[in-house]
Design a binder for this molecule. Sequence first.
Ligand SMILES: CC(=O)SCCNC(=O)CCNC(=O)[C@H](O)C(C)(C)COP(=O)(O)OP(=O)(O)OC[C@H]1O[C@@H](n2cnc3c(N)ncnc32)[C@H](O)[C@@H]1OP(=O)(O)O
Ligand SMILES: O=C(O)CCC(=O)C(=O)O
Length: 380
Amino acid sequence: MASVLINDTTLRDGEQSPGVAFRASEKVAIAEALFAAGVTALEVGTPAMGDEERTRIQLVRRHLPDATLMSWCRMNAGDIRQSADLGMDWVDISIPASDKLRQYKLREPLAVLLDRLESFIGMARTLGLAVCVGCEDASRADDDTLRQIASVAQRAGALRLRFADTLGLLDPFATDASIRSLRSYWNGDIEMHAHNDLGLATANTLAAIRAGATSVNTTVLGLGERAGNAALETVALGVHRCLALESGVDFSQLPTLCQKVAEAAQRPIDAQQPLVGEQVFTHESGVHVAALLQDRESYQAIDPALMGREYRLVLGKHSGRQAVDGVFARMGYPLNALQIDVLLPAIRRFAESWKRTPKDYELIAIYDELCGEPIRQVGG
Ligand SMILES: CC(=O)SCCNC(=O)CCNC(=O)[C@H](O)C(C)(C)COP(=O)(O)OP(=O)(O)OC[C@H]1O[C@@H](n2cnc3c(N)ncnc32)[C@H](O)[C@@H]1OP(=O)(O)O
Ligand SMILES: O=C(O)CCC(=O)C(=O)O
């Protein structure tokens, strides 16, 4: 099966989420968990941040000798030299591709910056580093500028261009057009870096792969600047399910990995976060549960066993008679029609009062109260 490279940037762009700051031990633990989940290419940080961050990057290097590690660099000799000293395999040398970012950040003409980029690519290669040119704000860059960056990158020996939708303003159709255009004049790797401001980061990442990107950036739980980046979990599943490509990700490791990152980032996992949210394999609606009691695939596209999880049927405000019957039967207690008629409105009232679904022991208590005959074998 053909494959796509996931170059995960949880430890660089993910950590740029406001307020997120990984300790050294957390950075190492996250890197190890990513590696254990089959994500072997990691952007691990920004050496320019100082001694402490460089020490953390070095620790990751020591703990993961077999991972392919990248650091984020400005067009700056110090950043690149430090990356080599830290044992990086790759550097991302970033150049603002849009007029606006060049105007407000670097205030120098494009031609001067391109000369500088060329010499820094050369320097990085001399230091033994593979080079990715980070085209920051590529989605607002004009085509001619991207062509000039690609031409310099090719001449100087960069292996990869990163197409960054820095502001997260693309949709999948525009992404497709941009990456196809880039592919028409750049033969090397293309790495898609998507942000989620429109909620389209995963969709744009998949669109980029279809259009010719060979590598993609992700972050665990979609951490990252503002609305975050494309989430590792959904990109990996989309690569597998929608594109029939291999990413190397071991889905069974995702719950542990996500928990680790959520704790280190102090960002609780949303109950409805795809794949790893507590509720995403739980079904309440009567029509769904009635069908699910017959066949799991009736209302489940993803097998929870992929993540080592199980599906759950619960009772609540939206339950129907078959669901009540089925859930009580699974607890070992068949109901008659009269009992179902009495229990259903009570379960609905419970859900409205408590703003949640009743647990098994609470269902039993409702039964005891309304149906009179205590049920002895209490479930979980
Ligand atoms: C879209 C992205 O995510 S890009 C990644 C951005 N990541 C971060 O900013 C996180 C880490 N950043 C930091 O810790 C700091 O900003 C540092 C260490 C990088 C720089 O710190 P400082 O030296 O204090 O600079 P400061 O942050 O005030 O300003 C940014 C500097 O980087 C320069 N710069 C920005 N992008 C580039 C680039 N691609 N190439 C060269 N220089 C650049 C700016 O011109 C500015 O330089 P100046 O101070 O000479 O004007
Ligand atoms: O310069 C790059 O490599 C991309 C940086 C980035 O994180 C972004 O543009 O969102």
